[in-house]
Design a binder for this molecule. Structure first.
Ligand SMILES: [Zn+2]
Length: 294
């Protein structure tokens, strides 16, 4: 890593992207909370979901605000979910990782203005993945607005920074289609066999977005890693709980039916695993590619 970029010390860039990442994490929290409810994301300003008091600007500092409030609302003392500082911290770390990626990809040649898009495109990708992951964990669905935006940004990055990312417009377009198609088939086959929805069309769109951004070459790894890591989490969950967590769309089924249990009925939202696998490829593709691309 170079000491300075275009005369700007690297430590200053690191602090800047950390702060930017945490601020975007704050925005991600707003999206996670409001988009599934269909609320405006600009108005009103942040409020305590419990008592409705507006949050003071000095308590609204990412990560630190939660810490000095001791995780409680200043007005009603209701607990504030650990999800808020967690999302902010994750986004700050990913933002820093995107800076490393940008510096590596530029080969130390770019100035600050040249680094900006190399940071911004992967960061936008991570931002959308983290946001839709937390929505999927809570609501078991992925709003199409995030995946469609993500696919558009992926195509744009293939047109603008392909010399640095190694994903050109053909990889991107083929990735968009090839990513989405197999999942449509899996959904249909799984549904015929079990009469249950294992994955939804949110996952289809998400794979399209991942294919459009990381290119068709990323898909073998993303398919494999998300399935394996998904099983590694789902199997112990089912064994410990002795019954599968119930997806919300089955909650209003006939209550006289005994709740199905066992692996065949295991269900976890799949979006988070696709997102994690996509980020693993984004940051570690140099290590992974020899194993997954013939
Ligand atoms: Zn409150």
């Amino acid at each position: 890593m170079p000491e300075t970029v275009d005369g700007v010390p690297l430590w200053l860039l690191k602090i800047t992207v950390l702060a930017l990442g945490a601020a975007f994490g704050s925005f991600a929290n707003v999206l996670v909370h409001r988009v599934p409810l269909g609320q405006s994301i600009v108005r009103p300003a942040s409020r305590c979901p419990c008592c409705g008091a507006s949050i003071r600007w000095h308590d609204n500092v990412p990560i630190l605000g939660w810490i000095w409030l001791g995780g409680k609302c200043r007005d009603c003392r209701a607990a504030i979910s650990i999800r808020y500082p967690l999302v902010e911290l994750v986004m700050a770390v990913l933002s820093l990782a995107c800076l490393y990626l940008a510096v590596m990809r530029s080969g130390g040649m770019a100035d600050v203005a040249g680094l900006a898009p190399l940071w911004a495109f992967p960061f936008a990708f991570c931002f959308l993945l983290v946001t839709l992951t937390f929505i999927d964990l809570q609501h078991w669905r992925i709003p199409h607005v995030f995946t469609v935006t993500g696919a558009a940004i992926g195509l744009a990055s293939a047109l603008l920074i392909s010399t640095f990312s190694g994903v050109d417009w053909k990889d991107s377009l083929i990735g968009l289609v090839v990513g989405a198609l197999p999942v449509v088939i899996i959904i249909e086959v799984y549904f015929r066999l079990t009469r249950r929805e294992g994955m939804g069309y949110g996952d289809v769109m998400l794979l399209g977005m991942i294919g459009a951004t990381l290119g068709v070459q990323s898909l073998p790894f993303v398919f494999l890693a998300s399935s394996v890591q998904g099983l590694l989490v789902a199997v112990p969950m089912v064994l410990i709980a002795r019954r599968s967590p119930q997806p919300p769309w089955e909650a209003d089924q006939d209550p006289s039916q005994p709740h199905a249990s066992g692996l065949r009925h295991a269900a976890v939202p799949f979006g988070p695993f696709l997102s994690v696998a996509a980020m693993q490829w984004l940051f570690f593709q140099d290590l992974l590619a020899p194993w997954f691309i013939p």
